[in-house]
Design a protein around this ligand. Sequence first.
Ligand code: AHM
Ligand code: MG
Length: 333
Amino acid sequence: MARVTLTQYLIGQQHAGRINPDLRLLIEVVARAVKAIGVNVSKGALAGILGDAGSDNVQGEAQKKLDVIANEILLQANEWGGHLAAMASEEVEEVHQIPFDYPRGGYLLLFDPLDGSSNIDVNISVGTIFSVLQNPTDGADPSENSFLQPGRDQVAAGYALYGPSTMLVLTLGRGVHGFTLDREMGSFVYTHPFMTVPDDTHEFAINTSNERHWEPPVQRYVRELQQGKTGPRGRDFNMRWVASMVADVHRILTRGGIFMYPMDEKCRDKGGKLRLMYEANPMAMIIEQAGGKATTGRERLLDVQPTKLHQRVPVILGSANEVERVSRYHDES
Ligand code: AHM
Ligand code: MG
């Protein structure tokens, strides 16, 4: 069978009237940037890029050298193409405006340049997550307010996974599509059409070291899973936790599961652990497009009205029947 590259796939979508040339260019540029990030990630110690950068980001977290490099690659790649009105990044406090000598477009791009960065130094999979919004204030310089749109308004979302192979997983609002990087050819090849999350699963992902800090509905849910065959669920469940959201979500897209970073007492004052705009929302759009569900426990994630660019939220997503059950336990408590 003839191989279809990401470029061919996107041109096909454009010819079918599903995306415009600017959105096509945007995705192509992001794909080019993640190839460059992937090259750096794979060089590891050979390129002297492991370890801390010696600085903190807006979240007060120590930046890794690769956090900084990945952020720079994405900002620079996307500045000059004329498809963007502005960008926002986990690693940058303010909205990143397009330098005034470059043309501007109608889209806003948000990203977590290198998610799961605690895994870099131990050579475990990390990823890039991105979200695309329309600039609501056409013509004017976008402000933080321009970005504060609920996740259901995203026009596209995706992630790159730097694993044994590098993959780009993308939704343009019509299903979820996966592409695998052919390193010799330098192109992403369409390998995973219409990825789906099964409604049921026997796998869950949560950092159980936080168990004592969780709220009662999550404690109840996980306890029942752990009781397995002898508990109320009447069957055994398996647990996985990579501590790279991209890798955990990719596993769920491949064979089902439920991922939780719920509200807990450690992160309550911050609103949660994961960031709404460039972690939770793009992943929620992908999971819903694949037939799964995504919630805070109390509300559909894609309906959360953001109030801050770097806002955090509780995240529960994956196989529909399990996510519904966790939501029900929240309602009941
Ligand atoms: P980061 O953006 O600083 O890398 O943090 C996000 C990551 C997620 O990828 C992952 O699910 C979670 O943090 C792991 O957290 P923990 O170390 O508490 O298990
Ligand atoms: Mg992150």
